[in-house]
Design a protein around this ligand. Structure first.
Ligand SMILES: Nc1ncnc2c1ncn2[C@@H]1O[C@H](COP(=O)(O)OP(=O)(O)O)[C@@H](O)[C@H]1O
Ligand SMILES: [Mg+2]
Length: 284
């Protein structure tokens, strides 16, 4: 019997260097000792210094830090779009520094393609990886329904509200075949109410579908609600200031935001962020 798209008779993956079997015990992502500078008008501006962090398989991990401290740059490095000056990126134990195509990435300004229907936007990453369209569509429809976008499969992005577009962009990242998702401030453009709806939605979806996630946010509460661990970055050049393990069990409930330990962590993180902001010159 045919088993759907099979991994092609044991051939190695087409792209990238010949990769060994992924090590299932290794973390989904290991970033170690990353340094990066950009040059501006002949001056070298350090943006990231000695950044190391880990996302274990099926873990939700967040990064918070002041604007301009290099968070998006770190994502570009992890995604292989930018080469670090020093340091290494490993996924499932294999070195992937400078290699593209290993992550599912939702950039800070997620752009749906205006000429593709919502459904066709959502299946894009699968399509690029050679999945059969009809099968990808079927799965996309199920997720669109769960995301409250049922009935909008054939609509075009401009016909949807900002929050709905964001959910579609998020589903596109979720349905991408790569195991590790990088989400760069996915809710920052939304109004407060839509944002908190989206947080709950993401939490539910993630608890059902446990991907490995690295998430950038400015919202301390959002980071605490969603993450198992939070990395706190300094102002530019971004270095790792603190690592916070978030002790609340899953599934997480919104009531946890009233728990004394939640409030304590929130105060602590806010204090650190205020200190960094106060030190910071002009970001950007
Ligand atoms: N390609 C680039 N060339 C030059 N400078 C850059 C480039 N990308 C980012 N920067 C600079 O690096 C710093 C960090 O940017 P970014 O990673 O976007 O910060 P964050 O996402 O934390 O706000 C900023 O000062 C930004 O202007
Ligand atoms: Mg950014």
């Amino acid at each position: 019997m045919e088993e759907g798209p099979s991994p092609g008779g044991g051939h190695p993956p087409v792209s990238g260097a010949p990769s060994p079997e992924p090590d299932r015990d290794a973390p989904a992502l290991e970033v170690s000792g990353i340094f990066k500078s950009f040059s501006r008008r002949g001056l070298s501006i350090p943006v990231l210094e000695q950044v190391s962090l880990t996302v274990k398989r099926q873990e939700f991990v967040s990064i918070i830090g002041p604007s301009g401290c290099g968070k998006s740059t770190l994502f570009h490095i992890i995604g292989g779009l930018v080469k670090p000056d020093a340091g290494a990126v490993r996924m499932n134990g294999a070195p992937v520094t400078g290699q593209r195509g290993s992550v599912s990435y939702m950039p800070q300004q997620p752009a749906l393609f205006p000429w593709r229907s919502i459904e066709d936007n959502v299946i894009l990453a699968r399509e690029l990886k050679g999945a059969a369209r009809s099968e990808a569509r079927e799965e996309a429809r199920r997720w669109l329904a769960k995301a409250g976008l049922g009935g909008f499969e054939k609509a075009y992005p401009h016909m949807l509200s900002g929050g709905m577009q964001q959910r579609a962009a998020f589903l596109r990242a979720l349905l991408a075949p790569q195991e590790l998702m990088l989400l760069d401030e996915p809710f920052s453009a939304l109004d407060a109410l839509t944002r908190s709806e989206m947080q709950r939605w993401l939490l539910e979806l993630w608890e059902e579908n446990r991907r490995s996630v690295l998430f950038i946010t400015h919202s301390i509460e959002e980071a605490l609600l969603l993450s198992s661990r939070i990395y706190v970055f300094s102002g530019r050049p971004g270095t790792l200031l603190h690592t916070v393990e978030v002790p609340f069990p899953r599934p997480r409930r919104e009531e946890m935001t009233e728990h004394p330990e939640f409030l304590r962590l929130k105060r602590q993180l806010s204090g650190w962020m205020r200190e960094e902001q106060a030190k910071g010159g002009n970001p950007g």
